[in-house]
Design a protein around this ligand. Sequence first.
Ligand code: FAD
Length: 364
Amino acid sequence: MTGPAGADLAVVGGGVIGAFVVHEALRRHPDWRVLLLERSAIGAGATAWSAGVSFPLAATARHRELVLAGRERYAALRERAAGPFLRPVQMIYVLRESGLRAFGERVVGTALRPATPGERQRVAGMMPDLRLEADEVVVTHDGEGLVVAARPISEALIIEAAGRTEVQLGQRVEGIEAAGDGYRLRTDHAEWNARRVVTACGAWTPPVDGLPEAPGARRKRIAALHARLPVSLDDPLVYFVDDDLFLVPLTAGVALVSFYRDQWDTDPEACDGRPNADDLRQGRAALGRRSPMAAAAVTGGRAFCDLYTDHRLPVVTTSPEHPGLAAIRGGSGSGVRLAPGLAAEALDAFDRPGMTAVREPVPH
Ligand SMILES: Cc1cc2nc3c(=O)[nH]c(=O)nc-3n(C[C@H](O)[C@H](O)[C@H](O)COP(=O)(O)OP(=O)(O)OC[C@H]3O[C@@H](n4cnc5c(N)ncnc54)[C@H](O)[C@@H]3O)c2cc1C
């Protein structure tokens, strides 16, 4: 389809971020010929294992812009083929009262309010032995968060784009070189030409020389547990802010528990989605401080890795020497909720080359 003249845009990597780059490119330029090269299958990397939660929380102006872009684009998808893969969820936050004001400033587009007795009751129903500290408050906001089924939504976006996109799976791009007024992409099987290239390779290193790496880029393991608990799909997400721990219904009777996993420099090639003994041990310990019953009900979980940056915000890198080439780096554990905004930034970057480095501190 792309022929010898090549594609208008090649996207390297078919995770949720690459899928949104394809979607956004065709939304802006319906006449473009897009090529997607993916070393494995659509959504087979971190995207496959994601909890997919989109919190309406942001710490800086740019973060806020990315969150708002994500919210707008996901809302637009609710009426389309991808709609069934989006589940609105009420967000309930537990935190120390002393941190309430600062936390409230991070909420985007709505305001915190105390949880009603009925809402607190629902939380207690999910974890009957829940432990709260005396100085903790339970708050929520109107306007929901979202749980995104990240792999299916990536597949839905690519299927929707299929008539205008050449999708090549099982193609690991090994080199990207300048050629004519564009780039030549070499995989282990073939070569392609494209006028522009966006790489969205997740925790893998993009196969391109000459672009700066995101500041502080480092791979971190991410793990979540699955626990048999009395939850239903319309129960809220409960986020223990000071513990960096949240619990969200996954299916009827099973909750996903996300906790902070402090293991760095994980090789994506060594991740197969299964949790290891340390994931389970650390996760059970974190959950057990809140609900020993929930910790005892853990049946397994999931684990992969993601690229993190200095300030835990993804970065779009470009270089004046390579116009038409951009790399999206550092999902930083938020790649699903930020994917639409990152895709938009990458396409904007072709109009204003230079590096979009994030220097603002981002407390998380
Ligand atoms: C357990 C867990 C829970 C998470 N929870 C959340 C959450 O609640 N909310 C949230 O927003 N985020 C969450 N995340 C993070 C989120 O999943 C990631 O930030 C996001 O999936 C990153 O998407 P990506 O497209 O950058 O990467 P990936 O999904 O890893 O995709 C990269 C793709 O590039 C391909 N690729 C790599 N190199 C090449 C190459 N040379 N040639 C061709 N293809 C290549 C890979 O095969 C892969 O398919 C979670 C992650 C995990 C593991």
